[in-house]
Design a protein around this ligand. Sequence first.
Ligand code: ATP
Ligand code: MG
Length: 353
Amino acid sequence: MKQWNIAVIPGDGIGKEVVPEALRVLDTAASIQGNVTFNYTEFPWGSDYYVEHGMMMPEDGMDQLKQFDAIFLGAVGDPNLVPDHISLWGLLLKIRRDFQQSINIRPAKYFEGLKTPLADPNNFDLIVVRENSEGEYSEVGGRIHKGEDQIAIQNAIFTRKGTENVMRYAFELSKTRTGHLTSATKSNGIFHTMPFWDEVFSDIKQEYGTVETKKWHIDALAALLVTRPSDFDVIVASNLFGDILTDIGGAIMGSIGIAPSANINVSGEFPSMFEPVHGSAPDIVGQNIANPVGQIWTAKLMLEHFGEIELGEQVLAAIEEATKNGYKTPDIGGAHSTTEVTDEICKQLVNQK
Ligand code: ATP
Ligand code: MG
């Protein structure tokens, strides 16, 4: 029997509503599979904790988390209780940074029965692999002169190591999928970093003869993601470009409530963290209408990370089946509750057995 130890942080708002639902699906998955168990240790950290203790997590919080196989997070932030920059840096961004989760993964996929803004969603199924710790979002730069002569300078940092890391991850992922990898670049306009990005991409490509590759400039790629998303499988992108592409990915799916994400620690020295793309959604708290799909699909990414590939596929198939059968929360045009949608997903999971 394999055992996975998971640190669970429901966090704030609807995080507290959708996390237990996703754990229910994980337990159903474990019961149909038979030789895996999930042990959950729950940490009540977040904005309520802040109100009581003046911090988002205890001093030794990171030490407590270190021993786990993964961190499963709901949502962090309650602007009525704690200013956003404190809640983000005190928990979410702290974990991402201190545990060196340098890669962010975000799948986007068309489900039958979902209303999307696309005229022809045409079964797209793609994953954006985003560099998450360096690149354009750097603190290097500054301002000189004053008044009319003022100049702002912003430096982007692309290390060989960081760039190779994200690319290798994307190539490996491509091998497990259709074997098509797209690189988001802008080497026709950005003078130093993007030609470097292209260079590292071709170098790493030598190690992966079977993967077919393509390069697109980010402007064209952003447009294609809207007009022809089904042309893409895995896309590798820098921090800024990945930020933009993942938002488009979320938008073309139809609701932020279904989008999952993973923050990966590549070395395996620290746990990776799995969280849906959506926030704490204070406007719909307490009504049992939050879409649980983002959190449940996030659990699927965690299963894959554990190497439970088939079980992960079964969870996704159950989500798709439930959606197709019309089990949908109001954000995607349905009238079902959080609980009812999860019940149906669990039922579909058991049916697949
Ligand atoms: P953050 O600041 O944490 O990034 P936000 O306030 O920008 O979050 P969300 O909390 O994700 O954004 O909410 C944005 C909108 O999407 C809200 O109207 C919210 O109700 C809706 N929403 C987000 N997640 C869900 C969900 N799981 N189910 C239904 N609606 C959702
Ligand atoms: Mg917010």
